[in-house]
Design a binder for this molecule. Structure first.
Ligand SMILES: Nc1ncnc2c1ncn2[C@@H]1O[C@H](COP(=O)(O)OP(=O)(O)OP(=O)(O)O)[C@@H](O)[C@H]1O
Ligand SMILES: [Mg+2]
Length: 202
C-alpha cells in the first residue's frame, strides 16, 4: 500500500474531506483565513495546537478532518479520536489495552479529538485520560486539534474538576489557534432539502 494510503488507514479517520468541498458562503462569519492557515500544517511543524469551538453543524469537524487528512498526505502520522466514544472505550479497557491506546495517541504527530464534551459530562477515567494526553503531548511539543460545541469556560463543569480543567487548558492554550464557529447548522439545511424532495409531488 502507498504510504499516504497507509497513514490514512492507521489514522482512524472515517472520511477523506477537503476544504474544496466546503461552502464558505453558507456561514460567512466563519474564520476562513485561520482554517486555511491550519490546512497549511505549519502548526504541526511548530508543535502548536488548535481549538475549533462553536455552534453545532457549522463545520468544525469537517475542517478538522480535512486538516487531518491533509496531514496524512503530507507525511504526518495522525490519530483521529471521536472523543466521547473513544474515552468511554478507554475507561472500560483492561490496563494493557489502555497502555497500548495511550501510546498510539501520544506518539502521533497530530492528535485530533473530535466532538469533545458532546456527552456533557465525561467520566473520571476519561478526564484523567484527557489530562494525561494533554500533559504528555505538551512536553513533547506535539500538536492537538480539538473540536467542541462547548465553550471553554464550561469545560471545568464537564470535566467535573475545575483544577484539572485549568491545568489542561493552560497547556493546551499556551500555543494555540482559537477558531470560533458562528452560524447556522448545515445539517438542518440538508434535512430541509430532503424534506422538500420527499414532499415534492412531481
Ligand atoms: N459550510 C459547509 N459546506 C459544506 N458542508 C458543510 C458545511 N458546514 C457543515 N457541512 C457539513 O455538514 C455536516 C455537519 O458539519 P460538522 O460535522 O463539521 O459540524 P460540527 O461543527 O462539527 O457540529 P457539532 O458541533 O454538532 O459536532 C457535515 O456533513 C459537514 O460536512
Ligand atoms: Mg463535530
Amino acid at each position: 500500500m502507498e504510504c499516504a494510503a497507509r497513514r490514512f488507514k492507521l489514522s482512524g479517520l472515517d472520511e477523506k474531506l477537503s476544504l474544496a468541498d466546503f461552502d464558505w458562503r453558507f456561514n460567512p462569519k466563519l474564520p476562513r483565513g485561520a482554517c486555511f492557515e491550519l490546512h497549511s500544517l505549519k502548526f504541526i511543524a511548530e508543535g502548536n495546537n488548535a481549538l475549533l469551538v462553536g455552534k453545532p453543524g457549522t463545520g468544525k469537524s469537517h475542517i478538522a478532518k480535512a486538516v487531518a487528512y491533509q496531514a496524512t498526505l503530507q507525511g504526518y502520522d495522525v490519530a483521529y479520536v471521536e472523543a466521547d466514544a473513544v474515552m468511554a472505550r478507554y475507561a472500560l479497557a483492561e490496563p494493557d489495552e489502555r497502555a497500548r491506546l495511550l501510546k498510539g495517541w501520544v506518539a502521533a504527530d497530530l492528535l485530533l479529538l473530535d466532538d469533545l464534551f458532546l456527552a456533557r459530562k465525561i467520566g473520571e477515567h476519561a478526564a484523567e485520560l484527557l489530562q494525561t494526553l494533554v500533559h504528555q503531548r505538551y512536553k513533547l511539543r506535539r500538536s492537538i486539534v480539538i473540536t467542541s460545541n462547548r465553550i471553554v469556560q464550561d469545560w471545568g463543569r464537564y470535566l467535573g474538576d475545575a483544577t484539572m480543567a485549568t491545568t489542561i487548558l493552560d497547556r493546551l492554550m499556551h500555543r494555540c489557534a482559537m477558531l470560533e464557529f458562528e452560524g447556522k447548522s448545515y445539517r438542518l439545511k440538508e434535512a430541509s432539502a430532503r424534506l422538500v424532495m420527499t414532499s415534492d409531488p412531481t
